[in-house]
Design a protein around this ligand. Structure first.
Ligand code: C2O
Ligand code: CU
Length: 407
């Protein structure tokens, strides 16, 4: 039997001090950016009471969690919670993984101002490393006066909103400490409106152990991983040597808006050694492929059409138990991270090749001028759902569609 995790989340205006002595007028859960980390065990029930003390309406979306449709936190399933009003979300967390929660109303502004937090669901059977930390990547776009740049100019609509202030856990390029000789689980979440990160930890090898929907089948060694808005990667990081200073940074990447330069998010300082009991087994779990690689798609989604058709598009319903194989075709000149609410999918092909590893995902980057094939199985949670580009400015411009899951 699962336990009960209760949390009170008050959305309110708060002074957000993102660097010593520097702040912007933020929107925050319980006065903090990021909002409080919600921690649960798989099978627990989460009861989250939202009190809206903002001067505008809001809702909370539980990104990635397989909630019932009514708890999805979009305005398609509930009226937005007005100023002074409250709403109670209640759902079971059936999967162990790194999730996050965020506003799903006036998102471009509400997320930029800080309305997001992590939701960590653990399974006691998962391997434990020497520490478990959550790192939320974000950025802030400031104007010349040092205040938040105004929202929604024409350029942002097309390119998304990116700022020069890079944040880790709500702070500008902070210093992190880690004992030498240890290996930690880092849960990385890209909470930015638009910013991608081709993440590197000083070029050192690390191990990818999980992504959106939890553990991979086996650990994957890498020296970089591309994370795009909405996505998560769980990494095993370390061991390092005492006295090392390592940049946690994004390497150059071109998402269709020109190649970025190397950009730091934080610095890791390695302190005195500590004992380690970290062990990463060679088999993390079993994931059965939903379909054969050669399976034919039963739906094609043109991201170009999705981008240009505007608000309130409605896609065909899907039936509970009917396997979905969707081709996501990106004919546009920029990458789009595609997110489906409430369900995990498997990537069957990306850029017309099988992906490097099998995984459960809820958000996948579809690179420009390429095609990604995904497969998913709607389980018995009928109702109103949606998919959209997780570049929030694209979503706001209408790069989204509603669809129903029907019995
Ligand atoms: Cu994080 Cu509609 O999504
Ligand atoms: Cu997009």
């Amino acid at each position: 039997m699962g336990g009960l995790v209760t949390v009170e989340l008050e959305a309110e205006e708060a002074d957000w001090e993102f660097a010593p002595g520097r702040s912007v007028p933020g929107f925050a859960y319980n006065g903090e950016v990021p909002g409080p980390t919600i921690e649960a065990q798989v099978g627990d029930t989460i009861e989250a009471r939202l009190k809206n003390s903002l001067p505008q309406a809001t809702t909370i979306h539980w990104h990635g969690v397989r909630v019932p449709a009514e708890m999805d936190g979009t305005e398609a399933v509930q009226p937005a919670v007005g100023p002074g009003e409250t709403f109670e979300y209640r759902f079971v967390v059936p999967d162990a993984a790194t999730f996050w929660y965020h506003s799903h109303t006036n998102e471009t502004e509400q997320l930029e101002r800080g309305l997001y937090g992590a939701l960590i669901v653990r399974d006691p059977r998962e391997p434990t490393l020497d520490a478990d930390r959550t790192l939320l990547l974000d950025d802030l776009k400031l104007g010349p006066d040092g205040d938040l740049a105004p929202f929604g100019d024409e350029h942002e609509h097309h390119a998304g909103r990116e700022g020069d202030v890079r944040l880790l856990n709500g702070r500008q390029e902070p210093d992190l400490e880690m004992p030498a000789g240890t290996t930690e689980r880092w849960r990385i979440i890209d909470t930015a409106n638009t910013r991608f990160a081709r993440l590197s930890i000083g070029g050192r090898p690390f191990t990818i152990i999980g992504t959106d929907g939890g553990l991979l089948t086996k650990p994957v060694r890498a020296t970089e991983v591309l994370i795009t808005p909405g996505e998560r990667f769980d990494l095993a990081v370390g061991p390092f040597e005492e006295g090392e200073r390592i940049d946690i940074e994004a390497l150059p990447y071109d998402r269709g808006k020109g190649e970025t330069s190397r950009e730091r998010f934080a610095t890791l300082n390695v302190g005195a050694a500590a004992a380690s009991r970290a062990h990463i087994p060679q088999t993390l779990r079993q994931i059965d492929p939903l379909v054969a690689e050669s399976a034919e798609p039963n739906r094609t989604i043109s991201l170009k059409a999705l981008m240009h058709e505007g608000l309130h598009q409605r896609a065909d319903p899907v039936r509970v138990g009917d396997l979905q194989i969707w081709d996501l075709v990106n004919e546009t000149g920029q990458d789009h991270p595609f997110h489906i609410h409430g369900f995990f999918f498997q990537v069957v092909q990306e850029e017309s090749k099988p992906p490097p590893f099998i995984a459960w995902k809820d958000t996948v980057n579809v690179p420009r001028k390429s095609q990604t094939r995904i497969a998913w199985l709607p389980d018995d949670r009928p109702g109103e759902w949606m998919y959209h580009c997780h570049i929030l400015e694209h979503h706001a411009m209408g790069m989204m569609a509603h669809f129903k899951v029907v019995r």
